[in-house]
Design a protein around this ligand. Structure first.
Ligand code: S3P
Ligand code: PEP
Length: 442
């Protein structure tokens, strides 16, 4: 029996996890769960394709399950087994007006990408989600979709949920997005499939390109050049088999755990290393982490590898500019890494962190400081002085999966127990996180 350093206590309605310092190195292999961004897209695109698609390695996280349930409300037949999701595509004009509000739960990707598809439908839709979604800005998507001719409303003139959408009769545009956001790019390109003429999105820095890659595997022509992607309206999607690689954003937690718990060595199997997502690997290497890629190959249009991480001494780095969209969701856990690095880590150009599930600049800085870290919030990022020893405390996740996992890992290197509140949220992107972590404890 392995000694347990993780246990639960129930506090009111919340699940509190208690994490104690790891008694030894983390060792072993983890099969990283499916990529969240790719899983969402697979269900959305298969739903509007002609024919039956299968999705293998789908992430059964809460967010992707929200996408499935919205598509079912729109009349799509989707069956689930442990190994495969089967989607009976409705073709480009086969979705049906839902009887109910479309509930996106906690998922920004669901509401923003689905809005792009619904902008192409003539029927009436209402979309809403949880308290976090209610605070996240939607104008970045509803603005360009309205320019294309969709009728959209919502609180603050279409900026906040509930959103109502009635589309159809769209006109192609060239949209210059002020933010590097794959959700914005994808929503506009998906609407572009239903528009007259062609639709181009140009962004300030390249965001993840899973939409462009996967649309091609469904038989759609998408042209890409530097920071622009173009799609011609009226193209049909043909059903296909989608293989979902492991999510580098989930692998990030195991990479950081392996780097900061002394003498650890972990192997992570079949992880997506798409260059628009793999910023964490470059940054960790710059910080002196011992990360190696093995068995690099392609899986369903996406590059993947097995990744090995060994603990090493770490130094501070600057993270800014074009790096930011390539690792935006990994910044909370990179901040934990930075507390253990020698010197001052500066993260800037990352104001987007303020409009995620929580304001991740504030939540990361405040919770890490409770554990004895030395972090300062800035307008567009944070400054972290390291290395600092961490100590036990009670910390909040604020129902943000990435904050919950970051705090749990902090417990592995803290003197004294770290109690993390509201850890249920972790099921949004990594339902087996604690089981996988336990498997590495010796
Ligand atoms: O397109 C996607 O699948 C995602 C894009 C990113 O959001 P933005 O588009 O808002 O940058 C990321 O933070 C999110 O977790 C998933
Ligand atoms: C920001 C995230 O997701 P979404 O925008 O889909 O809610 C995330 O997973 O960290």
């Amino acid at each position: 029996m392995k000694p347990t350093t993780l246990h639960n206590i129930q506090g009111g309605n919340e699940m509190i996890k208690v994490i104690q310092k790891a008694k030894g190195p983390l060792k072993g292999t983890v099969k990283i769960p499916g990529d969240k961004s790719i899983s969402h897209r697979a269900v959305l695109f298969a739903s509007i394709a002609e024919g039956t698609s299968t999705i293998h390695g789908f992430l059964r996280g809460q967010d992707c399950l929200s996408t499935i349930s919205c598509m079912r409300e729109l009349g799509v037949e989707i069956t689930e087994t442990d190994d495969v999701i089967t989607v009976e595509g409705k073709g480009s004009s086969g979705l049906a007006e839902p009887d109910k509000l479309l509930d996106v739960g906690n998922s920004g990707t669901t509401i923003r990408l689905l809005s792009g598809i619904l902008a192409g439908q003539e029927f009436y839709n209402v979309l809403a989600g949880d308290d976090s979604i209610a605070k996240r800005p939607m104008r970045r998507v509803t603005g360009p979709l309205k320019m294309m001719n969709a009728s959209i409303d919502g609180r603050d003139f279409g900026n906040y949920t509930p959103l109502t959408i009635r589309g159809g009769n769209l006109q192609g545009i060239h949209y210059f997005s002020p933010v590097a956001s794959a959700q914005v790019k994808s929503a506009v390109l998906l609407a572009g499939l239903y528009a007259n003429g062609q639709t181009t999105v140009t962004e300030p820095f390249l965001s993840r390109d899973h939409t462009e890659r996967m649309l091609r595997t469904f038989g759609v022509e998408v042209e890409t050049e530097d920071l622009s992607a173009t799609i011609r309206g009226g193209q049909k999607l043909q059903a296909t088999k989608v293989e979902v690689p492991g999510d580098i954003s989930s692998a990030a937690f195991m990479l950081v755990a392996g780097a900061i718990v002394p003498e650890s060595e972990i192997k992570l199997d079949v992880v997506g290393i798409n260059p628009t997502r793999a910023g964490i690997i470059d940054v960790m290497k710059r910080a002196g982490a011992d990360v190696t890629l093995e068995n690099e190959r392609m899986l369903g249009g996406e590059p993947v590898a097995d990744i090995r991480i060994k603990a090493s001494s770490l130094k501070a780095v600057e993270i800014a500019g074009a790096d930011i969209p390539r690792l935006i969701d990994e910044i909370p856990v990179l901040a934990l890494l930075a507390t253990q690095a020698e010197g001052t880590t500066v993260i800037k150009d990352a104001a987007e962190l303020k409009v995620k599930e929580t304001n991740r600049i504030d939540t990361v800085v405040n919770q890490l400081n409770k554990l004895g870290a030395s972090c300062e919030a800035t307008e567009d990022g944070m400054i972290i002085h390291g290395p600092t020893p961490l100590k036990g405390a009670e910390v909040e996740s604020f129902h943000d999966h990435r904050i919950g996992m970051t705090m749990a890992l902090a417990g592995l290197i803290s003197e004294g127990e770290v109690k993390v509140k509201d850890t249920e949220a972790i099921a949004v992107s990594y339902p087996d996180f604690f089981e996988d972590l336990k498997g590495l404890l010796n």
